[in-house]
Write a new protein. Structure first.
Length: 269
């Protein structure tokens, strides 16, 4: 009985030793795992931390008539300052019978609707009022993920560059790094532009007035007659100047006509 108990104890000790050796081998294998597996873990972490918040680009296009362009512009300018926006473009001009002013405004996304509500208060009617929202969440996540993946790849090549000994290997790795860095810069530029479009909404305003005093036109009958007289005089002036500009051709034509006429008279005689 004692011999049997001793054999069982010896068997337990042997099995315990084997398990200890196996655990040490697993630990050594995990410590010596290749960098590629670790990089895969890094990539997985990048994908898991990708933003899930909805990314929206908002734009608006407005067109309306106003009684006073100056007052309307000043009201819009106050709203821009209040909502911390910027006036990106300001163009004005005159059509026959009207004066217009076109504005392009960038407004923080959080103030988009409040800004539209404020500038709409003094408008009786909109000829056009367009508000659009474009969901670019998928594009945002995809672009960010590609950019981070390229940066991870760049780190790998930098590690290989430190270990490289041959000149040919160094040149090849540096060539790959140059390509990767160029792609990273392009992705970063696209990403910055997309983030700017998301954070700052674009509002385009076309406003005009038919007020004769602001447009510079004259609606009286006498004024119209005077404008037609000036138009006719300008037309006559352009005609005379056109004839003067071709005087050499006129002289040559006259001389040829006289020569042909004399020849014809001689033949008839």
């Amino acid at each position: 009985m004692k011999k049997l108990f001793a054999c069982i104890c010896l068997l337990i000790i042997v099995l315990g030793c084997k398990e200890a050796v196996a655990s040490e081998e697993v630990a050594s294998v995990s410590m010596a795992a290749p960098m590629e597996n670790k990089d895969k873990m890094v990539d997985a972490t990048v994908e898991e931390t990708a933003p899930t918040e909805t990314q929206i680009i908002r734009t608006s296009n407005l067109r309306f008539e106003t009684d006073n362009l100056t007052d309307s512009y000043q009201n819009i300018q106050k709203a821009i300052v209040k909502h911390k926006g910027t006036l990106q473009n300001d163009a004005s001009g005159k059509d026959y019978g009207s004066t217009f002013r076109n504005l392009t405004i960038r407004i923080p996304n959080t103030s988009f609707i409040p800004f539209l509500d404020e500038i709409s208060k003094g408008v009786n009617h909109f000829d056009r009022k367009e508000i659009s929202s474009q969901d670019v969440t998928e594009q945002y996540i995809d672009l960010e993920s590609r950019m981070l993946s390229k940066k991870t790849l760049e780190k790998r090549y930098l590690q290989l560059l430190q270990k490289a000994n041959k000149v040919t290997e160094i040149i090849e790795i540096e060539g790959k790094l140059a390509e990767i860095r160029e792609e990273i810069e392009a992705k970063e530029g696209q990403f910055r532009y997309l983030k700017n479009q998301i954070s700052m909404s674009t509002v385009t305003i076309e406003m005009y007035t038919n007020d004769a005093s602001q447009s510079g036109t004259t609606s009286s009958f006498g004024g119209k007659i005077w404008n037609e007289i000036k138009s006719g005089f300008n037309g006559l002036s352009r005609f005379i100047l056109g004839i003067i500009s071709i005087w050499p051709f006129l002289i040559i034509s006259i001389l040829i006509f006289i020569f042909i006429k004399r020849k014809f008279k001689k033949k008839t005689q």
